[in-house]
Write a protein that binds this ligand. Structure first.
Ligand SMILES: Cc1cc2nc3c(=O)[nH]c(=O)nc-3n(C[C@H](O)[C@H](O)[C@H](O)COP(=O)(O)OP(=O)(O)OC[C@H]3O[C@@H](n4cnc5c(N)ncnc54)[C@H](O)[C@@H]3O)c2cc1C
Length: 282
């Protein structure tokens, strides 16, 4: 195992599906569910995107065979969105069809703002055929309030997160306080009008704000879930599960871990320092 792979193991289950299965079984034993992600993005060929979709279908079959409590999450640029929206639509439809026959659920992750509108247009089309799917909204984008209203109207399940991509100031909040404030507004709208929303953050203040709002509005713990990333704030994940909240952990696996890993490094300065100090260790 290279030092890079060793360092990335903090945030990814491993390179093989068996690694993800082991991690998910452990989460399930601890009262948490999972969403499985096969790492990869910005695939440029139809052949490669088709192979990635086949991998997802096999992964959904593994989840079923192993009786895991896990959904799947995927990125549209891995499914051929950079080739064409038409190709991507057909490619992901195959996954949604299989998920539907297995009574499972697939979530379309949200990538950079260049893709937001196209992603939502595809999600609206898919959801009419496959209600067993949902998507993600980022509180850093100005457009998110209107997007959530439309998703709620269509009863499409939303995962709310802050947003992991660097966005221009013309379309996105840059200040952490603004991103967090918008997160609270969107969380409240999702809890009151959304369909089983997922509140995806490791930020304890936002988690507390969600718990308080739910309590105050008489929204039961079974009406929403918290989501967190594999390898981040494990103690907090367990604590919430023990308090009776639904907790789902995002479990990525595969060999194309670099862009995902770099996003996680960027989120926290200490990660970068940890990376640098280990990389140059002899
Ligand atoms: C389940 C899930 C799915 C997601 N899906 C998407 C998606 O589809 N599209 C998208 O743009 N973004 C996605 N994200 C990422 C998200 O947008 C944020 O970039 C990420 O969650 C960090 O923000 P935060 O809410 O945890 O708050 P932050 O303010 O960044 O962090 C709060 C605290 O959490 C801990 N923490 C957070 N990140 C790290 C880290 N990398 N390493 C160590 N500690 C950390 C620290 O203790 C930190 O103080 C997802 C996040 C989650 C949890």
């Amino acid at each position: 195992m290279s030092i890079l792979t060793f360092l990335a193991r903090r945030f990814i289950a491993g390179e093989k599906i068996e690694d993800a299965v082991r991690v998910i079984k452990n989460l399930n034993r601890n009262g948490m569910t999972a969403t499985l992600d096969i790492l990869g993005e910005n695939v440029k060929s139809e052949q490669e995107a088709t192979r990635k979709a086949d991998n997802y279908i096999q992964a959904l079959e593994t989840i079923d065979r192993e009786k895991l409590s896990s959904h799947a999450s995927l990125k549209l640029t891995q499914m051929g969105m950079d080739v064409s929206d038409g190709f991507c639509y057909d490619n992901v439809s195959r996954i949604l069809e299989r998920a539907s026959s297995l009574k499972n659920f697939v979530r379309v992750d949200m990538e950079g703002s260049n893709y937001t509108g196209r992603t939502l247009d595809l999600v609206y089309r898919w959801h009419e055929r496959f209600p067993n799917m949902g998507t993600v909204i980022q509180s850093m984008l100005f457009r998110s309030l209107e997007d959530i209203k439309e998703l709620n109207r269509r009863k499409i399940r939303v995962r709310l997160c802050k947003g992991a991509y660097k966005e221009p100031k013309e379309i996105a909040y840059r200040d952490r306080r603004d991103i967090n404030e918008n997160f609270v507004t969107l969380m409240q709208l999702l809890l009151t009008e959304g369909d089983y929303p997922a509140i995806a953050t490791h930020d304890e203040k936002l988690i507390e704000a969600t718990k308080e709002f739910a309590q105050q509005e008489g929204i039961g713990k079974d009406q929403f879930e918290f989501q967190m990333l594999y390898g981040i704030r494990r103690g907090l994940q367990l604590r919430l599960a023990r308090e009776g909240y639904n907790v789902r952990v995002y479990v990525p696996y595969g060999t194309h871990w670099l862009p995902y890993y770099l996003r996680r490094l960027r989120e926290k300065r200490e990660n970068l320092l940890f990376f640098i100090s280990n990389f140059f260790k002899d």
